[in-house]
Design a protein around this ligand. Structure first.
Ligand code: PXP
Length: 243
C-alpha cells in the first residue's frame, strides 16, 4: 500500500496573516487538497498563532472529510483546545517561539510525565495521539510506553542532507528504517514528515510500514507556480508509484 498524503496547510495561513485579512483561506485550501487526492489535512496551532488561528479549527473540523490531524505543543492550553475540538488525531510536537519551523523531535523520554498525561487524556476522548520524534531507539520506546498510537518520524535531517551529502542522507535513511521497524514491532503506526519534497520523498515513502506523510512547504511552494490541485496530485502520483 502506498504511503498516504496529509497536506500541512500552515503556509496558506502564513500568507493570509501577512495581510491580516481573510485570504487565502486555509479552510478553502483544505477542501482543494482533499479533492486533489490528499487523505487528510494537518494544521499546527502554534502558541503565537503565526499561521493557523483559532477561528480555523472548527471550520477545518467541519470541512475536512478525511483525517484531520492537529499538531500542537504539549501544553495545558493546547490540550484543552484539542479536547473541545476533537480532531481525529493530535500530533504532539516541541515548540519554541523563536524557531522558523519545528526544529527537532519531541523529547518524550525527558518529559514522560507530562506527555503521558496529555496522551492518556486525549485517548480517553477517542483522539488518536502521535508523537513527533527523532528516529531514536530510546524515543520510540518512550512513545510506546506513554501510550501513543502513532509516531511521526522527523525527516528534517535526512531532507537537509539529501541534495548536498547523499552518503550521509543514506545513513540517516538507515536510522529511519530501523526506527520504523522498531515502532511497528511495538504496535505503533508509523508516519513521517518535515522537509520532504518532490525529489527526496520516495525513499521515505518506501520505508517499511510507512503509513502517512505530512508535507507542507514543498506542496504549498509548488502551488504558487502551478496551482494547489496540481501540486497535490503530483505528490499523490509520486507516492502511488513509489517502489
Ligand atoms: N510534520 C511536523 C510535525 C511539522 O512540524 C511540520 C512543519 O510544520 C511538517 C510535518 C511539515 O514540514 P514541511 O513543511 O517541511 O513539509
Amino acid at each position: 500500500m502506498p504511503a498516504k498524503l496529509c497536506v500541512n496547510i500552515d503556509h496558506v495561513g502564513t500568507v493570509r496573516n501577512a495581510r491580516g485579512e481573510g485570504e487565502p483561506d486555509p479552510v478553502h485550501a483544505a477542501a482543494l487538497c482533499e479533492n486533489a487526492g490528499a487523505v487528510g489535512i494537518t494544521a499546527h496551532l502554534r502558541e503565537d498563532r503565526r499561521h493557523i488561528i483559532d477561528r480555523d479549527l472548527p471550520l477545518l473540523k467541519e470541512v475536512v472529510k478525511g483525517l484531520f490531524n492537529l499538531e500542537m505543543a504539549c501544553t495545558n492550553e493546547m490540550v484543552r483546545i484539542a479536547m473541545n475540538l476533537r480532531p481525529d488525531q493530535v500530533t504532539l510536537v516541541p515548540e519554541k517561539r523563536a524557531e522558523v519551523t519545528t526544529e527537532g523531535g519531541l523529547d518524550v523520554r525527558r518529559n514522560m510525565k507530562v506527555v503521558r498525561a496529555a496522551t492518556r487524556k486525549m485517548l480517553g476522548a477517542k483522539i488518536a495521539v502521535s508523537h513527533f520524534i527523532d528516529p531514536d531507539e530510546k524515543q520510540v520506546d518512550a512513545a510506546a510506553e506513554s501510550g501513543a498510537t502513532h509516531v511521526e518520524f522527523h525527516t528534517g535531517a535526512y531532507a537537509r542532507l539529501f541534495d548536498r551529502q547523499n552518503a550521509r542522507a543514506m545513513e540517516e535513511l538507515g536510522r529511519l528504517r530501523a526506527a520504523c521497524l522498531q515502532a511497528h514491532a511495538l504496535g505503533l503506526i508509523v508516519n513521517a514528515g518535515h522537509g520532504l519534497n518532490y525529489r527526496n520523498v520516495v525513499p521515505i515513502a518506501t520505508l517499511p510500514h510507512m503509513n502517512e506523510l505530512n508535507i507542507g512547504h514543498a506542496i504549498i511552494g509548488r502551488a504558487i507556480f502551478c496551482g494547489l490541485d496540481r501540486a497535490v496530485s503530483d505528490m499523490v502520483r509520486l507516492l502511488r508509484h513509489a517502489r
